[in-house]
Design a protein around this ligand. Structure first.
Ligand SMILES: [Zn+2]
Ligand SMILES: [Zn+2]
Length: 270
């Protein structure tokens, strides 16, 4: 059969190669494990092969009832939640931020693997349902324009869109914005993080939040300072309540040196 080649055989070969590589980038997730690349026998909700799925560090043990982070003891609350005002009702996460969970977050966030969002969101939807959360709209923790432009997208926004679609909840696109580009949270302990995020967020469309139960979505929760500050701003705009859902959260550790009850998370690029 003669191939239709309006720009000559060579040009169409190039186009064919280009299309194949685009297709591979777009659809590789449909048949291969997101982490090890092994071919999957059939599509599944996690996007992972059985081995990788079993290694996923699920956050299903002792957690702080407020922020949902793993605790080293059997206390009900971590020190940060005991000693600080938290503006969200609760925060919950699918995984502890280590091992395979870090690989997924980094792929989504720094590896330009946007298609990870769909699978990570599936796990977050399951968590939402397991926890019996009851919200009526979804919002992503906003990135500053500068950071979003540099990355090309906001990973929290990708997750939040997928979650709202799955749960059939309103997606409040751009209702909250980041108005100040604060210092990177990753280098700071909790007390400094709280100061650092204060005044960094604002609500653009106040009426959109009135009386609503908001599900606030992010990829990782570390000290919860950002989540709490965004929740504070949403409540001020008359949201009824705010629940936080993240793919992962760091393990709560008491630090002896930072003096504010939280360790620094220097290795993490949040
Ligand atoms: Zn795998
Ligand atoms: Zn806590």
């Amino acid at each position: 059969m003669k191939v239709y080649a309006p720009y000559g055989e060579k040009a169409s070969q190039k186009v064919a190669i280009l299309l194949t590589s685009i297709a591979k980038t777009l659809f590789v997730d449909d048949c291969n494990c997101l982490l090890c690349g092994k071919e999957l026998e059939e599509k599944n909700r996690s996007g992972l092969c059985l081995e990788c799925l079993q290694r996923l560090p699920l956050n299903d043990k002792e957690i702080c009832r407020k922020c949902g982070r793993v605790l080293a003891n059997e206390a009900d609350y971590c020190n940060t939640c005991q000693n600080n005002e938290r503006y969200f009702n609760s925060a919950r996460s699918v995984c502890v931020y280590k091992g395979e969970a870090v690989a997924l977050v980094h792929g989504l966030k720094f590896g330009n693997k946007r298609y990870f969002a769909k699978y990570m969101a599936n796990a977050m939807v399951d968590k939402y349902l397991d926890e019996g959360l009851d919200c009526d709209c979804v919002l992503a923790v906003p990135l500053s324009d500068k950071r979003r432009r540099a990355r090309g997208y906001n990973q929290a926004d990708l997750l939040a869109r997928e979650i709202s679609r799955e749960l059939k909840l309103d997606y409040l696109d751009g209702v909250a914005v980041k108005i100040r580009d604060n210092e990177e949270q990753a280098k700071l302990g909790h007390a400094k993080r709280e100061d650092n995020v204060k005044g960094a967020y604002a609500v653009k469309e106040k009426d959109a939040l009135k009386g609503r139960r908001v599900l606030l979505v992010d990829d990782v929760l570390t000290t919860g300072a950002t989540a709490s500050e965004v929740a504070r701003v949403l409540l001020k705009a008359k949201a009824k309540c705010v629940n936080i859902l993240t793919f992962a959260s760091t393990k709560y550790k008491v630090a002896s040196e930072t003096g504010d009850g939280e360790e620094n998370h220097e290795n993490e690029m949040v």
